[in-house]
Design a protein around this ligand. Sequence first.
Ligand SMILES: NC(=O)c1ccc[n+]([C@@H]2O[C@H](COP(=O)([O-])OP(=O)(O)OC[C@H]3O[C@@H](n4cnc5c(N)ncnc54)[C@H](O)[C@@H]3O)[C@@H](O)[C@H]2O)c1
Ligand SMILES: [Zn+2]
Length: 319
Amino acid sequence: MAPKFAGAVRKTLVKAGFDPLLVTVPAGETAKSLSSVQACYDRLALHRLERKSFIVALGGGVVGDLAGFVAATYLRGIDFVQVPTTLLAQVDSSVGGKVGVNLKAGKNLVGAFHQPRLVICDLETLKTLPAREYRAGLAEVIKYGIIYDAGLFARLEHDLPRLLRREPKTLAAVVARCCEIKADVVGQDETESGLRAILNFGHTIGHALEAISSYGTYLHGEAISLGQIAATGISARTLGLPAREANRIRLLFHGAGLPTRLKLTTAQRRKLFQAMRLDKKVSGGEIRFVLARRIGRVEWGQRVSDRLIHEALDAIENR
Ligand SMILES: NC(=O)c1ccc[n+]([C@@H]2O[C@H](COP(=O)([O-])OP(=O)(O)OC[C@H]3O[C@@H](n4cnc5c(N)ncnc54)[C@H](O)[C@@H]3O)[C@@H](O)[C@H]2O)c1
Ligand SMILES: [Zn+2]
């Protein structure tokens, strides 16, 4: 995002008496690598950044995770500020302090917990975001409604057209509420020993879908849209999520232009289950799910049989 916004940020920093150094990385997930980390360290060292210096992570979640990890480790940790420029980064990745990079063996395998000193969400930046990226961010927004706030969910249903038009007032209220929810959850369980797991609603199947399509077919938001819809089906079967609420969930994803159906071959299904078992969130080889009892109320650590997962996938299969 350097070409779009770096100039304005630099000006502001200079005006405030700082001496900023601009470090850029190529767009895309590949920038979240140890070689980028190394390149950043070298630039910081050359520019003689000190313990009291700070990093501004200006960009999407990739930049936030990478710059945050550099900040967490350079000189054993310096301050950093998140200035997220995608909807996903504004409502999710910039808040909560999880930072890190990918290895060949998998996503986010190296990282730290390092809280930003400040998160600045400038909604103006979202104006240039491609429609597909924007909708992908909405998948996380809808997630907050399902896991924590039935009122937010109802508001999303009501305000969806305005939200899709990126109407500033609606967007401001929704982004603020999502950040509040994330901060609230993380504030109660920073290192994910319990409650924080609810943020993974839809992510067990979603991550596995991303992994078996080699991170190519679906954006993260699209994969977790399908994951949330599958988890909704499982919730209806196991926790008694009312059919009417399950329908509202499907309709909202559909209305937001997110994928709600998928077709997997038998071989892809097998790979999907393998990928779910490899996921970081598996403990003792057992796949655990976050499931909804009602919209706004979920439970984590739920055991689900393979059969139920298959049935939930059957139910959303494209025919
Ligand atoms: N740390 C966490 O808690 C957490 C949570 C969720 C996701 N993540 C991570 O976030 C990353 C995904 O973040 P993302 O969805 O923001 O993707 P991203 O950072 O790759 O950004 C998506 C694309 O949009 C471009 N872009 C960014 N801002 C723009 C703007 N304002 N206008 C036009 N284009 C813009 C980027 O250059 C990129 O090409 C993943 O690596 C994921 O693992 C981290
Ligand atoms: Zn997510």
